[in-house]
Design a protein around this ligand. Sequence first.
Ligand SMILES: [Zn+2]
Length: 333
Amino acid sequence: MPLPKAELHLHIEGTLEPELAFALAERNGVELPYADEDALREVYSFSDLQSFLDLYYELMAVLRTEQDFADLADAYLARAAAQGVRHAEIFFDPQAHTSRGVGIGTVVEGLARALDRSEERHGVSTGLILCFLRDEPAESALETLEAARPYLHRIVGVGLDSAEVGNPPAKFRAVYEAAAALGLRRVAHAGEEGPPEYIAEALDVLGVERVDHGLRCMEDPALVERLVRERVPLTLCPLSNVRLRAVEDLAHHPLPAMLDAGLLCTVNSDDPAYFGGYAEDNLRAVRDTLGLSRERLRELARNSFLAAFLDHDEERRARYLAEVEAYDFEREG
Ligand SMILES: [Zn+2]
């Protein structure tokens, strides 16, 4: 069994594997411009952000019904469980679906159908995080939160994703204030391609409790000191950083320096179907390329549970943490 871990940075739309894309396309009568799964898999080996985004949004067309979203989430949870994930906080992008005529209720109820059975079927506890597309207007984010009201009992928090540069956190001040008033937890992507200032802004203006990516904090020593002092978790995604060129290659990833600095880092998979690997694949890649020790790997797993939104169930968090401490690397599968 791989090291037990929580996955805290995972876009459910980014788990759509070619096989499922074709199955859903057929079920829904959607024509995909690829001869077969192999041809589609070929396209998955894009090498820049724009070709990734083009493919990502093109394939979303196959997601239409509650059952489609349930099947998508169930396929992810099965893979995550096999990779040692014990708890997953899953991002979804309602605007990517409402903009093409799929209601937010279809998305949330579909995902919830799989999440409700996840513990029993896969041994994975779950949470849902509603993300706003930051390249859409702030009003659209407010409308999305309003539309989500009937489903808030299904949602643990809000996040912010998509194209970062030119869309600073402060643009979403109002919707984050509204989310906080509704009792929702807050996270945001910041400091992936955007500057370190966006990280501070996400903390100060949006009140985020975790920063997604955040690797560019390393350009600002005072910010690093603050993140260490305030114990702000960072959800890093190493294979994603390589594919989207946020780092030159994995050997140049700042993760070891970030751990040495005392930052509360976690390792996650982002859009695993597109970026070459799920949670354990990411951990093994950094272990092999960056030479992380077993104690560093254990620290990353421990951090993932410390950073999880499990405050309502501290007993469960303690159980997961105990699993991490008891893990025997000699017996890893
Ligand atoms: Zn992401």
